[in-house]
Design a protein around this ligand. Structure first.
Ligand SMILES: Cc1cc2nc3c(=O)[nH]c(=O)nc-3n(C[C@H](O)[C@H](O)[C@H](O)COP(=O)(O)O)c2cc1C
Length: 366
């Protein structure tokens, strides 16, 4: 475990170890998107539990169509910035660093206080059903296809939210380009049927990822860590594959690097899943080959495999989701050689709120 627990520099920030809390939506902000003290306690718990880096849940970026869930936090006004500042201060006081994840829901839209009409690359809804633990919708709405003004609004929202995140004291920005949200929808041939310069070829489909990365970089300046989370699959279609395969994915990573990304955060069902249409590489494996960009990796990392994965990807941060939910002090437990629990999804029922989790913990306390 030694190197995993050693302090390191990631970009220009000092981290106490290589563990990151994976971004996890908890729909626990105030109805107007303001982060609250329940969330501050929640994020502080993971910092105290040893996670060197905390990555926040997906946070919406404009007052148009970016919000996807009721009680999702935003970062678009002064009250929201202040709410985040409290959380940032609490995480810093516990000795960890914190990035915010900026997210535009696009077609994966279950609730939005500013509009009833989702926007997406084309008039195509996600596969499957909406997520029951985030809302009560039974079917996806069909989004309107974004025109070039809508696209510009979305890009500007990411850029302004990045400025707001810097003002709130965050240590870096993660752009959400994964899991079927807007940027990922543009990359996807399921969602994107456009015939303008944002659709068709891979170069066109990745244009939004590149434009947003470039705009965020320009907005925050050179020395502020900026990265993007990327996946092939989505929350309701985890087996989706890019038709352009591993070489196509490499092109995306190179393009976001050239647009100003310092790191890419790959996420797949499992870090070691070989899931390109061609060859036997992994998402993280391809990203690791690209020079000049740092790496955060995610997917089924636990106490049994973390050391091997860390050895496989020197210098990469390991982002942990389910094991962290089950053990907010996962890193401390690992250090102390203590027992580590498996996730019990009942803690996220009937909704994935922090208060439901706390009630479940109380009820199930030994
Ligand atoms: C309750 C819950 C909420 C999640 N919310 C987000 C999110 O807001 N942004 C994101 O990029 N991924 C989100 N994810 C995905 C996780 O970050 C992670 O990729 C996934 O759980 C797989 O990692 P794991 O095997 O370590 O759990 C969420 C996962 C869970 C379980």
């Amino acid at each position: 475990m030694s190197d995993l627990m050693q302090a390191l520099k990631f970009q220009n920030i000092d981290l106490p170890n290589r563990f990151a809390l994976a971004p996890m939506t908890r729909t626990s902000a105030e109805a107007d998107g303001t982060p609250n003290l329940l969330m501050a306690d929640h994020y502080e718990r993971y910092a105290r539990g040893g996670f060197g880096l905390v990555i926040t849940e997906g946070t919406y970026t404009d007052n148009k169509a970016s919000q996807g869930y009721a009680n999702q936090p935003g970062i678009i006004n002064e009250a929201q910035i202040q709410g985040w500042r409290t959380i940032v201060d609490r995480v810093h006081a516990a000795g960890s660093k914190i990035f915010t994840q900026l997210m535009h829901a696009g077609a994966q839209f279950q609730a939005n206080r500013y509009t009833d009409q989702p926007l997406g690359p084309s008039e195509i809804a996600p596969k499957g059903a909406p997520l029951g633990f985030y809302g009560d919708q039974k079917v996806w709405q069909v989004p309107s296809a974004m025109n070039s003004a809508d696209i510009q609004v979305a890009i500007n929202g990411f850029a302004q939210s990045a400025v707001n995140a810097k003002a709130a004291g965050f240590d870096g920005i993660e752009i959400h380009g994964a899991n079927g949200y807007l940027i990922n929808q543009f990359l996807s041939t399921h969602f994107n049927k456009r015939d303008d310069n944002y659709g068709g070829s891979l170069e066109n489909r990745m244009r939004l990822a590149v434009d947003v990365t470039r705009a965020v970089r320009k907005a925050v300046g050179e020395d502020f860590p900026v990265g993007i989370r990327l996946s092939q699959g989505t929350v309701t279609d985890p087996d989706y594959q890019l038709p352009e395969g591993a070489a196509g994915f490499r092109k995306i990573v190179e393009a976001v690097r050239d647009a100003g990304a310092d790191f890419v955060h790959t996420t797949d069902g499992d870090v070691n899943r070989q899931h390109f249409v061609d060859g036997d590489q992994t998402l993280a494996g391809v990203a690791a080959e690209v020079q000049g960009i740092d790496l955060i990796i995610n997917g089924n990392i636990d106490e049994t495999n973390c050391q091997n994965i860390a050895n496989q990807f020197p210098g990469a941060l390991l982002a942990v989701g389910k094991k962290a939910l089950a053990n907010p002090d996962f890193v401390q437990r690992l250090k102390d050689g203590k027992e580590i629990a498996d996730i019990n999804f009942e803690m996220l029922q009937p909704k994935a709120t922090i208060s439901n989790e706390l009630a479940w913990r109380k009820q199930n306390a030994a």
